[in-house]
Ligand binder design. Sequence first.
Ligand code: ZN
Length: 142
Amino acid sequence: MPLSGGDRKALTKELAKARAMTTILATRSAEKRVAGEALIREADDLACQSWNERMWSDGGPIDPSPSIDQAINGGYAWLEIRCSRCKTPRAVDLAALPHVPTTCVHDLAGRLRCEKCRKAGKRPIAELLQLAPRRSTAGEAP
Ligand SMILES: [Zn+2]
């Protein structure tokens, strides 16, 4: 059934309104997402700072710790470690690790092996020191 002139006008108006709403809602959604991501980044940053404070003040417990992706997202892409046996320091680029990003930082203690000790046939765990925003000069990776 063809629409009357008045109905067609009303429909055109409703469609224009719906199209305008599409843009408004999409813009609002994008804004909320940006704000949400900023909040998550802030939360990740604080989680890293909290963990660092615990490591600095008491040296542990290392568990719980942020996940690798949380640390990177929070601006802490480097993990400073030290071999528990020979005390060689090392800075680990979290983004370059082969581990899944949801792996918690404390789970790396048993997985990051000291090259020097490995060659000597030892498998000491790594002491986790601090999460850092950039590579420290002290702990050059081998
Ligand atoms: Zn070592």
